[in-house]
Write a protein that binds this ligand. Structure first.
Ligand SMILES: C[S@@+](CC[C@H](N)C(=O)[O-])C[C@H]1O[C@@H](n2cnc3c(N)ncnc32)[C@H](O)[C@@H]1O
Length: 319
């Protein structure tokens, strides 16, 4: 068994939100699906499966879990062997931005996404996500396709790199860092390892900013990861196409970790046919942040798909 170290965030409010439309169904209603768009270490998937299994009225419903990372898929195939063979769970290797057909092809009463990357990906030096361990400068969520961070840095013009660092990393020294990376590329080639990139960034920021509470390379690594994986484009497809496959009365829950992502989710959830369940995003309490510091920046938004007026389904039609 390949273990996960990822700790799922805000599990309870997500489970409560996604199960509510299923609880509202009559016992004769056909089985429905929930979708976890970001399987990762399987934390939310396991909690959803347990919640479905623990209630005799919900046992017939099923879960589809998606991830673009082949390692997450392989780990889950082992961990959830029983549920897979019982047909209670289906696992698909895909970017969620391309999952519109998968969602549309079944009655989906709830969908969730826990954006970004997992602690399992972060802690594996071979994946190149962390400036704290030496590894190849890769950063792809799916290493089987697309360009690595090194390839990305080998081609990108300086002005564009500056924009990426500023927009996706909210890095105030974006110009100095972009200049230093391009200068390094000219003299030595693009950085090949996490340490090499981290050293270039640390040298580029003012000396008094080099040893702050947050590592000087944090924002640069975040920005490059978002760009390499086209994370905002993926989220845009999820919000504009994929969640439209959720049935009227169904729920969508999205956990984000970046202000740009949260803004996109907030906007989508305020647009028809969705309506937000809460005015403000749900955040982790102090106890959860103590147990799991990663929860500190998490923002959870939940929306309900409104009844389809033209279809005349007065009770939301999630049956
Ligand atoms: C924060 S982790 C999810 C953790 C999971 N909820 C758990 O509790 O174990 C995010 C996961 O989403 C996956 N991911 C990120 N963007 C994706 C995308 N566009 N399509 C599919 N999977 C994606 C990553 O590969 C990663 O495994």
């Amino acid at each position: 068994m390949i273990n996960t170290v990822h700790i799922p965030i805000l599990v309870e409010p997500i489970i409560d939100a996604l199960l509510a439309p299923l609880r509202a169904l009559s016992e004769e209603a056909d089985p429905q699906w929930l979708v976890d768009c970001t399987l990762g270490g399987g934390g939310h998937t396991a909690a959803l499966l347990a919640a479905l299994a623990s209630d005799p009225k919900l046992r017939r419903h099923k879960l589809l879990s998606i991830d673009r990372d082949p390692s997450a898929i392989a780990r889950a195939a082992e961990r959830f062997e029983t549920e897979l063979s019982a047909g209670r769970l289906e696992i698909v290797h895909s970017p969620f931005g391309s999952a519109a057909d998968l969602v549309r092809s079944r009655p989906v009463a709830g969908l969730m996404a826990d954006l970004g990357f997992s602690s399992d990906q972060m802690n594996d030096p071979a994946r190149g996500f962390s400036f704290q361990t030496e590894g190849p400068l890769d950063m792809r969520l799916d290493p089987s396709r697309g360009q690595s961070a090194r390839e990305f840095l080998s081609r990108i013009p300086e002005r564009e790199l500056e924009e990426v660092l500023s927009k996706y990393g909210e890095e105030r020294f974006s110009r100095r860092i972009a200049g230093a990376i391009v200068e390094h590329r000219r003299k030595h080639g693009p950085p090949s390892t996490t340490r090499e990139l981290s050293d270039v960034v640390v040298r580029a920021v003012p000396p008094n900013m080099r040893h702050g509470r947050i590592h000087a390379a944090t924002r640069t690594f975040q920005a490059i990861r978002i760009a390499v994986n086209e994370e905002l484009e993926e989220l845009d497809c999820l919000l504009k196409r994929v969640i439209l496959g959720v049935k009227p009365g169904g729920r969508v829950a999205i956990l984000s970790f970046h202000s740009l992502e949260d803004r996109m989710v907030k906007h989508a959830f305020r647009s028809a046919p969705f309506k937000p369940l809460h005015k403000k995003p749900i955040e982790a309490d102090d106890e959860e942040v103590r147990r799991n510091p990663r929860a500190r920046s998490a923002k959870l938004r939940i929306a309900e798909r409104q009844p389809d007026e033209s279809a005349g389904e007065p009770n939301g039609g999630a049956s």
